[in-house]
Design a protein around this ligand. Structure first.
Ligand code: NAP
Length: 307
């Protein structure tokens, strides 16, 4: 029987691991399908406190990993696929096969950005294709960029990007924003944002170095295509929390995010939730790290209560 299993190895999971390991709980961290979480796919992180010159996302995550390991965390390249809360412990299925038993569980499996599903998409991520304006917007000064989506995220990203870009095209597949009225009005009032209605990206067009140079737009009513030069595309069509194994067992909101009581508690004693799998508002590395810390401290308190 494990004392603490941590599902996920992004900011929330690794911070939980540092705290749990320093409390001598020797946590087992399941690294998941994307070890390191969303930070592992970003470039320079300029807003994580303590790094005035910024730090590479993968480096930041490697540092956290080393810190967690140094204090006795154990790591496994596996994924949680099933979850069964029992009276006094939790059963957790790994990679669709083996079941592990643990006295406490920290779910920090994060959220994955939704992408458009275009042919060369995976290759372009990090080369002028991103899902995070806060992370990457400042790299695109005085050049035209595009945001895809029509919700609050797209509106927020577009407004944020006007601080840097020469022009922000907001590409939306309909002729009306889904965003809240106040956000939609802000977008409409902003001269730097040019909405492109009823349009989708048909393909990304890289330059010779493989960096984004343009997109081919398709008008969904006429099917006509045209090329739009942009240095970066910010896809903001929503996030998908990685919470499938807990469906029907833990409380979820309408979009599949796990719901917490207080900051990190679930309805089961000993089961805690931290980071983007439960956060549809802030979605920042530092807020995920904070929740990871809280979850580990709650797990420690829960385990001491059992003794
Ligand atoms: P969202 O509200 O679900 O909007 C997603 C947008 O992307 C929609 O406009 C949708 O188009 C479009 N879209 C989805 N799939 C697409 C595809 N394959 N191709 C092209 N377009 C696609 O997601 P969100 O903007 O991330 O917001 C999620 C939640 O967080 C919302 O409740 C939102 O209010 C909240 N949020 C709030 C704030 C804030 O208050 N400041 C900021 C961010 C997010 P359709 O409109 O045609 O469906």
């Amino acid at each position: 029987m494990e004392k603490v299993i941590i599902v996920g190895s992004g900011c929330a999971g690794l911070t939980a691991a540092i705290y749990a390991a320093r409390a001598n709980l020797s946590p087992l961290v399941l690294e998941g399908r994307q070890p390191g979480g969303q930070l592992s796919t970003t470039t320079l992180v300029e807003n994580f406190p303590g790094f005035p010159d910024g730090i590479d996302g993968p480096q930041l995550i490697m540092n956290m990993h080393a810190q967690a390991e140094k204090f006795g965390s154990r790591f496994s390249y596996s994924e949680a696929t099933g979850f069964e809360p029992m009276n006094s412990h939790v059963r957790l299925q790994i990679d669709g096969e083996q079941w592990l038993e643990t006295q406490s569980l920290i779910i920090a499996s994060g959220a994955s950005a939704k992408w458009l599903g275009l042919q060369n998409e995976e290759k372009m991520i990090g080369h002028g294709l991103t899902s995070c304006a806060t992370c990457d917007g400042a790299f695109y000064r005085n050049v035209p960029v595009a945001v895809v989506g029509g919700g609050d995220s797209a509106a927020e990203e577009a407004l944020f990007l006007t601080r840097f870009a020469s022009k922000v095209y907001l590409i939306h597949r309909r002729d009306k924003l889904r965003a809240s009225k106040i956000m939609a009005e802000r977008v409409q009032r902003c001269d730097k944002i040019e909405p492109i209605w009823n349009s989708v990206i048909a393909r990304y067009v890289p330059d010779q170095k493989g960096e984004m140079a343009a997109v081919d737009l398709r008008d969904v009513s006429t099917q006509e295509e045209r090329r739009l030069p942009v240095a970066c595309v910010f896809v903001a069509i929503g996030h998908e929390p990685n919470a499938k194994p807990y469906a029907g067992k833990l409380e979820m909101d309408g979009e599949g995010y796990l719901v917490t009581k207080k900051l990190v508690e679930s309805k089961y004693p000993g089961v805690f939730i931290a980071g983007d799998v439960a956060d549809r508002v802030y979605k920042q590395a530092i807020t995920a790290a904070g929740a990871g810390c809280a979850a580990a401290m709650e797990a420690e308190k829960y385990l001491s209560g059992l003794e």
